[in-house]
Design a protein around this ligand. Sequence first.
Ligand code: CNA
Length: 277
Amino acid sequence: MELYEPYGIPVASKAEKESFDRANTKAMIFTRMLKDSEKVVFFGGAGVSTESGIPDFRSATGVYSQKYGNRSPEQIVSRSFFDSFPREFYSFYREKMLFLDAKPNAAHLKLAELEKAGKDITIVTQNIDGLHQKAGSSKVIELHGSVMRNRCMKCGQEYNVNFVANDRNPVPECSLCGGKIKPDVVLYEESLDEKNIEAAVTAISECDMLIVAGTSLVVYPAAGFIRYFRGAHSVIINLSQSGHDQFMDLAVHEKVGEFLSQIDVSECVGKKKKSAE
Ligand code: CNA
């Protein structure tokens, strides 16, 4: 079996190699990488949900470009701020971080479609919006938690996102004990869940293909997890260029939803399990 360089994709014949040379598009290369990969990890960030109308943090129109008095958004979404100024926290959180009407976009839907078609695909997301699950993906590791889950800090009673959004108290209160409710979101100064870290690192270190998308890769420790990748194919899909592009096999500077829309799922599946080869 020959390899199509520089992407390391197996090609069956000289004719196929020549057809690649003629129609060498990024979507085509991406499709072949997917087909060649048994285990795939999609590592995503806020940019995966901008096409659903949820602003990211660091783009020009992102949340961080706006000013909130003399405070930065990083300060507001920190644990010490939540503990000291819960009203101000919730006022920001309800306005800037809850998007109850957001719907999965073409990126979320294509990933769910790949799973449905039989691709072993794990999503490791920094997002807290729950849109991958809404789209139908089942293997989702939420490194920074989810706005969908909320818990009373006193008695542990769980609440859904609608309760938190609509509770008339400035700080949502537990209807059983009156305790303060906290979203199951990892705030600055808080640690990531150990089980999630382990699951993400294991998935990334064992996969054949890593797709990094819609993330500025500046929030640690999450961004550091992609260093565990040892597989054959790595792709970054991000609107803006980054210092990581040079370390990936393929760099795509397009909207992730628009790029993934070009992918025909039926052409990405079909690699036999190694044990059956
Ligand atoms: P970020 O730092 O805001 O970076 C987003 C990146 O995505 C930027 O490099 C953009 O150029 C790029 N981008 C924007 N739109 C697209 C698009 N359509 N296609 C491709 N690329 C695009 O966000 P990160 O995820 O890197 O930062 C991690 C933070 C952001 C996590 O803690 C998240 O919880 C947090 N966050 C999450 C959401 C959400 O859940 N939807 C929204 C905003 C922030």
